[in-house]
Design a protein around this ligand. Structure first.
Ligand SMILES: CC(C)(COP(=O)(O)OP(=O)(O)OC[C@H]1O[C@@H](n2cnc3c(N)ncnc32)[C@H](O)[C@@H]1OP(=O)(O)O)[C@@H](O)C(=O)NCCC(=O)NCCS
Length: 164
């Protein structure tokens, strides 16, 4: 999906777990609701981005059937190119496992993510209109409004199809 600057992507281990979990917790709290179920983002495989030996971001994922779902993706913002490098890695993991597609869910208020995923070559596969109403039954702490005061209402599913 593109070129990487000076960023290394490695499997999360004991030296990076705390920083990765802290970043995910700051973003999502203790659990993520995705596709009608609750996922514990601290108990699934993850890759981390390192830049100059410093933690710079994390991608946590699940493999189900022939798909890889990116459950959580976050960069510290200190270095640019981290999100792209982590998503490149997600595609590599999926390709090596012989999977058919990479997918993820974001919400309608996350304008940055909606822009970012399209810039790196993903496309919208589905919009779950008002899906956050159901999601709040599983995770009541999901706020009513998100970035820039936009009501958090819809689930947007992005995908990247693995060719071949
Ligand atoms: C979404 C997120 C992971 C992107 O990671 P990032 O490290 O900022 O992204 P990158 O630096 O790799 O950006 C990749 C490209 O997208 C562009 N980009 C990123 N955000 C953008 C935006 N809001 N609008 C326009 N372009 C954007 C960058 O300019 C870059 O383009 P380039 O490679 O042509 O220069 C990061 O912003 C983040 O952690 N957000 C908070 C958590 C979150 O919302 N996660 C996703 C939830 S589903």
């Amino acid at each position: 999906m593109g070129e990487k600057p000076d960023i290394d992507i490695v499997v999360m281990d004991d030296t990076t777990r705390e920083a990765a979990h802290e970043l995910m917790r700051a973003q999502w709290g203790d659990r993520v609701v995705s596709l009608g179920r609750v996922v514990d983002p601290f108990d699934i495989p993850a890759r981390v981005a390192m830049s100059g030996g410093v933690f710079a971001g994390v991608a946590a994922y699940l493999i189900e059937a022939d798909e890889l779902e990116v459950v959580a993706l976050a960069s510290t913002g200190a270095v640019s190119g981290v999100g792209r490098a982590l998503m490149d890695e997600m595609v590599s993991v999926a390709r090596q496992a012989g999977l058919r597609r990479v997918r993820l869910i974001t919400t309608n208020d996350n304008l940055q993510a909606i822009g970012f995923y399209q810039i790196i070559g993903m496309t919208i596969a589905r919009v779950g209109v008002n899906a956050m109403e159901e999601a709040r039954k599983l995770k009541p702490e999901i706020p009513l409004t998100g970035n820039q005061g936009i009501p958090i209402r819809d689930e947007i599913e992005f995908e990247y199809l693995i060719e071949g």
